[in-house]
Unconditional design. Structure first.
Ligand code: ATP
Ligand code: MG
Length: 575
């Protein structure tokens, strides 16, 4: 079942698709009085990426808006490279986003029999013929602008076409020797109408049909038939299909499908900077080990984004807000991050963690003593309660929160400066310890016992910063993975570019020995017991002052904590 994902109502503005739908369903319209029916047709040859989420929002969203329904159809007519692993992953990701197809789940290959019957019907009507041009000859004969294509096989008698097509179907024709072509217009200005191939021979195992078929319909023939048979009223797809629409319309008009004709409407693909959005390229990154898998947290796949810590709500919000248009555009990755921050700010529990730890010793706090402080889980929402942290003489602080000599505007720890330890006490730095190599190994301070909770009893103004810390007697080590753009080039995918050249060598930084609050162990134990760890969002936290981090849904275990940085907080001070 789909998870419950609440999305604020879209701004109430209608997009151009809505206008078409309203025109069609209005009294006297093409599908007046009928229920709006859309579909999402992924090819199961890879994992869904965030571009698919835009299509999902449009397909499911349009249906929802007009009280309609949306089918999920695996477009598996192309027999190569399809896999049940992908089918299951696609279903999981769609449910995770909060969309549900109910019992309307189909495979394009379920219609092979129908496709075949309609192809025979076209032959009988004199609207299709078996052509023996090889792929090279086909290309050589496709003509040019103003020069029609040619095929010497165009005027074969119907009987002969039927016999040859039967031979193709029966496995008596070699691959590449014959195709079935729709007889439309060899001189058309739209090359898709120049007697397009609608069937070809392939001796290949189909993931569901096995070796039952050795002829396979082309997408442009199969897709409109699938839509029409399922009773789709509006077939929403991306702009590259605009030029194919006349062929789509030709197919549904010339085969005797018992339903009304679906209408194809195209919208612009989603592009995001610093990433690539084609399954073929994403697969290459996986297969050639540039990333750890389809769900590598740097990938724009939904499983990668989920592992990174993206919530379904943040992704859907992003897709809602970028809107629907016909103009291709590239959205800033930063906007996606913004949508995540906005969401996690409201939901993520605050905690303290130290990524680059250095010892902080409170020299006037008695050895062996400890006390408990309550910190708010989320200052934006008091109903999320508080949790306990402990304070003692031995703490960890962030290495870059200390400078032996301050630089201008530096308000954190340096000898003589008073700062606030988040949620605990005011402390004044009294010195530091260096090792032989000159590295700072320990910072020394004294606390003001009158400042419990962080405010001085005498009302003096504290100009120092508030810094985070972790109790060394009550913390555990963790591995923390920091991510940057997978590609340094904002447009890795342009023409004349090899996207692999644009890979960012510093897109992953692994920190070990980071210090997190001990309660994380219990959180990880619970997470260990969760059934479908990778299909859901892992526990997520705001590490105060550092950003939002989630447990890694594959690698995090109670005895080896692993966190992913989902997104940083905006940093106002750069050294
Ligand atoms: P890819 O090139 O990544 O394989 P595709 O279009 O071949 O993409 P499909 O599985 O066929 O992938 O896509 C399913 C649906 O998602 C199609 O309707 C397609 O138009 C849509 N879609 C794919 N990529 C995007 C994108 N970047 N933005 C919006 N919609 C997309
Ligand atoms: Mg496709």
């Amino acid at each position: 079942m789909a998870e419950e994902v609440k999305i604020p109502e879209a701004e109430g503005t209608k997009n151009f698709i809505d206008n078409f739908v309203e025109e069609d369903t209005a009294p006297g319209g093409r599908v007046a009085g009928m229920q709006v029916h859309t579909r999402f047709p992924p090819e199961p040859n890879g994992y869904l990426h965030i571009g698919h989420c835009k299509a999902l929002c449009i397909d499911f969203g349009t249906a929802e808006k007009y009280g309609g329904i949306c089918n999920l159809r695996m477009d598996d007519t192309n027999p190569a490279k399809e896999d049940t692993e992908y089918v299951e992953a696609i279903q999981q990701d769609i449910h995770w986003l909060g969309f549900d197809w109910g019992d309307r789940f189909f495979y394009g290959s379920d219609y092979f029999e129908k496709d075949y019957e309609y192809a025979v019907e076209l032959i009988k009507k004199g609207l299709a013929y078996v052509c023996e041009l090889t792929p090279e000859e086909f290309r050589a004969n496709r003509g040019d602008i103003g020069v029609p294509a040619t095929s010497p096989y165009r005027d074969r008698p119907i009987e002969e076409n039927l016999r040859l097509f039967e031979m193709m179907k029966n496995g008596q024709v070699e691959e590449g020797k014959m195709t079935l072509r729709a007889k439309i217009d060899l001189g058309s200005g739209n090359f898709n109408l120049r007697d397009p191939i609608i069937y070809r021979v392939r001796f290949i195992n189909h993931h569901r049909q096995g070796t039952k078929w050795c002829i396979f319909p082309m997408y442009d023939f199969a897709h409109p038939i699938q839509d029409a048979l399922e009773g789709i009223t509006h077939s929403l797809c991306t702009l590259e299909f605009e030029e194919h629409r006349p062929l789509y319309d030709w197919v549904v008009s010339n085969v005797s499908i018992p339903y009304y004709k679906p209408r194809q409407i195209e919208f612009a693909r989603l592009g995001i900077d610093h990433t690539v959005m084609s399954k073929r390229k994403l697969r290459q990154l996986v297969e050639e080990h540039y990333v750890s898998g389809w769900d590598d947290p740097r990938m724009p796949t939904l499983c990668g984004l989920r592992r990174r810590g993206y919530t379904a709500r943040s992704i859907r919000n992003f897709c809602e807000r970028i809107g629907v248009s016909k103009a291709a555009s590239t959205v800033e990755y930063g906007f996606l991050e913004h949508c995540l921050r906005e969401d996690l700010n409201l939901t993520a529990q605050r905690t303290m963690a130290v990524l680059h730890p250095v010892k902080l010793t409170v020299t006037n706090y008695p050895e062996g003593q400890s006390e408990i402080f309550n910190v708010e889980n989320n200052p934006t929402d008091p109903s999320q309660g508080t949790h306990e942290i402990t304070f003692s003489r031995h703490l960890w602080m962030e290495a870059d929160d200390f400078l032996p000599e301050p630089v201008p505007k530096y308000k954190r720890m340096y000898p003589g400066n008073e700062v606030r330890l988040k949620g605990a006490y005011l402390v004044t730095c009294t010195g530091f310890v260096k090792d032989e190599a000159g590295n700072i190994t320990e910072v020394l301070c004294e606390y003001d016992p009158q400042s419990r909770g962080g405010d001085p009893a005498d009302g003096r103004k504290v100009k120092g910063a508030t810094i985070h810390w972790v109790d060394a007697d009550n913390c555990v080590d963790a591995e923390v993975r920091l991510y940057d753009n997978l590609f340094s080039d904002p447009q890795p995918d342009g023409p004349d570019k090899n996207f692999l050249d644009a890979l960012n060598p510093d897109s992953l930084e692994v920190l070990t020995g980071c210090k997190v609050e001990k309660e994380m162990v219990q959180v990880a134990e619970e997470f260990d017991r969760r059934e479908n760890r990778t299909g859901t969002n892992a526990p997520t936290f705001q590490f105060m002052r550092l950003g939002y981090f989630c447990m890694d849904n594959r690698d995090c275990r109670a005895d080896h904590l692993v966190f992913n940085r989902s997104v940083s907080l905006k940093d106002s001070f750069k050294k």
